[in-house]
Design a protein around this ligand. Structure first.
Ligand code: AP5
Length: 221
């Protein structure tokens, strides 16, 4: 079992890059944000507990997140390659990921830090629109749908995430600086982290990550 991690602030483009990398890199996309939103929608006990934290733009407690991730790993194949998006988000989660991987004979092979200035993050998050039906992600200016408010992929209705209001975005970015940014030095210390400039066009960014991944696979072969 192996995993790569996409680390970055809200709006740095983790989900967009993951969606493009998933298909041709043989990686299974694990987004804790998506899993939590599904749990909230389904009204599961975990979703009910997580809902308030998410609405306020705060992190969901580590214990809940680890339960979610561990059950995902339990249901996957022993030789699976995962791409974590938005996980881990605290040093406690990173440490618990290390111990859960140790038990499963797994390891983190690469951490890509998607770096973009705060103004870019703000512009991206305030303009993001998501399909209610299939989850495809658009942006009113950067990646507009062909018809405003309608998903290009399935024709579903596009909506704005409730945590994409300006006030909640500001809180999410502050929470990132306080609780997640320290993971940059944590993974640098483990010699796993590569910084990529994610303020660039998504195609260019994904091409770079793909090259770096192939390089690292080549070195390990
Ligand atoms: P989560 O869903 O993970 O949100 P996030 O980390 O805040 O990240 P986003 O999904 O907002 O941004 P992204 O980097 O994926 O950007 P995207 O590609 O969509 O988490 C939500 C909440 O769940 C958290 O606040 C927390 O409460 C909880 N949670 C989740 N995981 C947790 C954990 N591990 N521990 C504790 N709590 C947890 O792009 C954004 C926009 O920009 C889009 O419109 C897109 O079209 C556009 N865009 C993307 N890339 C580009 C580009 N290169 N150029 C131009 N536009 C672009």
């Amino acid at each position: 079992m192996e995993a790569i991690i996409l680390l970055g602030a809200p709006g740095s483009g983790k989900g967009t890059a993951a969606e493009r990398l998933r298909a041709d890199c043989g990686l299974q996309h694990v987004s804790t944000g998506d899993m939590l939103r599904e749990a909230v929608k389904a009204g599961t006990p975990l979703g009910v507990e997580a809902d308030g934290y998410m609405k306020r733009g705060e992190l969901v407690p580590d214990g809940l997140i680890m339960r979610l991730v561990e059950s995902r790993l339990d249901n996957g194949r022993a030789d699976a390659r995962y791409m974590f998006d938005g996980f881990p988000r605290t040093t406690a989660q990173a440490k618990q990921l290390d111990s859960t991987f140790l038990k499963r004979n797994g390891r983190v092979t690469n951490v890509f830090f998607l770096d973009a200035p705060r103004a870019v993050l703000m512009q991206r998050l305030t303009g993001r629109r998501v399909c209610r039906k299939c989850g495809a992600v658009f942006h009113v200016a950067n990646m507009p749908p062909r018809k405003a408010g309608v998903c290009d992929v399935c024709g579903g209705e596009l909506y704005q995430r409730s945590d994409d209001s300006e006030a909640t975005i500001a809180n999410r970015l502050d929470v990132y600086n306080r609780q997640t940014e320290s993971l940059i030095s944590w993974y640098t210390g483990k010699n796993l982290l590569v910084r990529v400039d994610s303020s660039r066009n998504a195609d260019v960014l994904v091409k770079d990550i793909r090259l770096l991944l192939n390089e690292s696979l080549g070195k390990r072969a």
